[in-house]
Design a protein around this ligand. Structure first.
Ligand code: BGC
Length: 747
């Protein structure tokens, strides 16, 4: 029997049938599964981190290589570079069935070239650029031996205390769906099997962004209606974009950890949405169900996770240690194991790893991507597009400070971010943490664009996060000697990201004190804010005339910022998340309900839904962002005041004119309100946008199409329905717009 098996295997491998594209991957996977022992099957479900890098707590073992050789490891994460991936793949290829491993990594915002953090990129509202950024990241990562990125994070996040807001597309579901698709299309390129395409991973399934109190890993408690309406659609969009994999989340949802949540993984994802890829657990999340109090021990945890549809175990070892016994005890049917193995093998087949397990290990390709000038050029462009101009008030001369002339000026560059290097990466750029020489600092970017007639002064002023004020004196001296000051403040890159929740969103350390001291010099100030989330900086908004939100922009940060400061690029970014006035307003988002007692205005406190000590509105609303020019949007017209539920289509048109002094881009946004519903409906919901470029003085008409599908929502029975009735439509350049029209959805 053993001999026969060996012969079959030999034929199998010699014919290299897995390499033949025309054979259906399902059939190929099934034939391989028939040859596999239970141990080998369980091996495919097991994923380890490398011993070189880790993105969680390391659990090292000194026999990993032995386990790989025995076919007990299906995938590894955090193995970076062709040399290392090749070495490990060679060991995997010594296993009995020669099944290659998949190498995965968190390629979140670029790889060798880093791009703005995902929240910042979303502020570009430029889907083609967002897709291109993921495309380049994939090309670079694939050239370094990676098959799989754990991105995009498509979690809706309405709570800026949660550190991982930096990793997603912000608070809005509609925008979140489009960005999810763009990123997946970028990562997966022309499709798995191409050597520059990596598997994308929609994470974290689900509702991770709604952790109570914004505290990472915390519980989530929400209605199923809310889950389906707000948090699940970007995941559904990911399936529609053919995402290869999903990652589940650390949190529990209404008492059931996501990792063991059959409702979301089996019923919705693999059932209703017919997802064909595989689900990886989050780091150790299967084992963490013991701490959740949902599993007695790792045996129980493995059983609950696999039954609920978690296919691969990242790092907890619960599957490795228990699945065999669970099958032998009759607690887990072998068909469940086979199904999970099949999902994983199909992806290996699609990646064409059976044909050539080393096809991603090409040193030449790796070198080409190492310092790729074209990629850097794009990083600079997407950096410019991600910057949001929050404020640019006219000075006594009548003109605002920005854009700044590069001539005949003494400019003082002050602050802890001016000469910072890796801080520009932000969180989640694990591939090259010490790559400071390649990063363009703000100082370098500004200096390179300065005319010879100008002088640059520099003082760090203070650190990001301590009480040391000894640098103030020098900073004030520089400020006094300058015509204009560029002050660069913010949060450190390890203050937003995983496990980086903050209860206080003000500028850390003594940075605001430094700002106040510099302000006393009465010199014009341009403030740059570096962060991965909305910060709270009310004093600055009340006093500083010009503020640019520069987030963390990656490798080319300094050039992108200088382009905007000197007006080579006219900023057009729009906030993808509301900026609160205080932490007490959180969670704050534009598409809230009206309540039974809405306040008439910001001053109305008379038994209405308001704070007695604060306005309801955010400091800066969703969709907000200025330009160096001005746009006037007017003349909203609807093609009809009725839209038929069956085959109807409505066109809304507006006129937009660039009335200012510069050419520029504007993001025209369309919002809809359903006035009366069988469940209460948000005061406004984004349903469309267009980013357009207009020359100074130029006008255009823009039209948007609205169909009944745009008006669907989940009722209290979790049915996705259209409802006839009255709707309002708003068009403008932020969620605050009041330009509106009305129509009826009719039968
Ligand atoms: C994070 C995931 C990440 C994984 C692997 C986890 O801690 O939550 O988003 O993909 O680590 O690095």
């Amino acid at each position: 029997m053993k001999k026969t098996l060996q012969i079959i295997i030999a034929i199998f491998i010699c014919l290299n049938i897995f390499g033949q594209k025309k054979i259906n991957p399902e059939v190929q996977a099934d034939s391989l599964i028939r040859l596999m022992t239970l141990d080998e099957k369980i091996g495919q479900l097991n994923q380890y981190t490398s011993d070189w890098e880790a993105t969680g707590k390391i659990t090292t073992e000194n026999d990993k290589e032995i386990q790989i050789r025995q076919g007990k490891v299906g995938s590894m994460l955090n193995v970076i570079g062709t040399e290392k991936t090749r070495k490990l793949q060679e060991i995997a290829m010594q296993s009995r069935l020669h099944i290659p491993m998949i190498f995965g990594l968190d390629v979140i915002h670029g790889f060798r070239t880093t791009f703005p953090v995902p929240l910042a990129e979303t502020a570009s509202w430029d889907l083609a650029s967002i897709e291109k950024s993921a495309r380049i990241a994939a090309t670079e990562a694939a050239a370094f031996g990676e098959h799989w990125t754990f991105a995009p994070m498509v979690d809706i996040a309405r709570d800026p205390r949660w550190g991982r807001v930096m990793e997603g597309a912000g608070e809005d579901t509609y925008l979140g769906c489009l960005v999810a698709k763009a990123r997946i299309n970028g990562f997966q390129g022309k499709g798995l099997g191409n050597v520059d395409a990596v598997m994308a991973c929609a994470k974290h399934f689900a509702a991770y962004g709604a952790a109570i109190g914004g505290r990472d890993y915390n519980s989530v408690d929400m209605s199923l209606r809310q889950l389906n309406e707000t948090y699940l659609p970007p995941f559904k969009a990911a399936v529609e974009a053919n995402v290869a994999t999903f990652m589940n989340s650390f949190n529990d949802i209404n008492g059931i950890p996501a990792t063991a949540n059959k409702y979301i993984q089996r019923d919705i994802l693999k059932g209703q949405w017919n997802f064909k890829g595989f689900v990886v657990s989050d780091w150790g999340s299967i084992g963490e169900m013991i701490a959740h109090g949902y599993a007695k021990n790792s045996y129980d945890a493995a059983m609950k996770a696999i039954i609920a549809g978690s296919d691969m175990d990242m790092e907890s070892r619960c599957y490795r240690d228990n699945l065999k016994q669970l099958v032998q005890d009759g607690k887990v049917d072998i068909s469940i194991i086979d199904e999970a193995v099949k999902r994983i093998l199909i992806k290996k087949i699609e990646l064409r790893l059976f044909q050539d397990p080393y096809r991603f290990c090409n040193l030449e390709r790796e070198k080409q991507q190492t310092n790729n000038a074209e990629n850097r050029k794009f990083a600079r462009e997407i950096g410019e597009k991600s910057i949001v101009l929050l404020k640019n008030d006219p000075q006594t001369s009548g003109t605002p400070i920005l854009p700044l002339s590069s001539k005949n000026k003494t400019i003082a560059l002050i602050g802890p971010f001016i000469k910072a290097t890796i801080a520009n990466h932000g969180f989640w750029s694990i591939a090259f943490p010490d790559d400071s020489a390649r990063i363009i600092t703000q100082y370098q970017g500004i200096k390179s664009q300065l005319d010879k007639s100008s002088t640059l002064l520099y003082s760090m002023g203070c650190n990001v996060n301590d009480n040391n004020k000894t640098g103030f004196e020098d900073a004030i001296k520089m400020a006094k000697a300058a015509d204009v000051i560029i002050l660069s403040l913010g949060e450190a890159p390890n203050m937003s990201g995983e496990a980086k929740s903050r209860s206080n969103l003000q500028l850390p350390g003594v940075q605001e004190e430094l700002l106040k001291e510099i302000y006393k010099t009465e010199k014009p100030i341009v403030l740059l804010l570096n962060a991965g989330r909305p910060l709270i900086f009310n004093w600055a908004v009340d006093h500083v005339p010009s503020i640019l939100y520069t987030w963390w922009l990656g490798t080319e940060a300094g050039n992108s910022i200088a382009d905007v400061i000197f007006g080579k690029y006219n900023p057009a970014g729009k906030l993808p998340i509301s900026f609160p006035r205080t932490e007490g307003q959180i969670p704050i988002y534009y598409n809230h309900f009206n309540t039974g007692r809405p306040a008439k205005d910001e001053n109305d406190k008379n038994y209405v839904s308001a704070y007695i000590d604060l306005q309801n509105s955010p400091r800066f609303p969703f969709g907000y962002g200025l330009s160096y020019t001005d746009f006037n949007i007017s003349n909203l017209k609807l093609s009809s005041d009725q839209l038929s539920i069956n085959e109807g289509k409505l066109t809304a048109t507006i006129d937009i004119k660039n009335t200012g002094n510069y050419d520029g881009e504007e993001v025209v946004q369309l919002y809809i309100r359903d006035l009366v519903g069988c469940v209460v409906r948000p005061v406004k919901e984004l349903k469309g946008f267009q980013k357009i470029f207009l020359r100074k003085g130029e006008s255009k008409s823009l039209s948007f199409t609205i169909t009944p599908a745009d008006l669907k929502f989940y009722n209290d029975q979790i049915k996705y329905i259209n409802e006839t009735g009255d709707y309002e439509i708003f068009i403008g350049n932020s969620s605050n717009t009041n330009l509106k029209g009305n129509f009826k959805l009719t039968l």
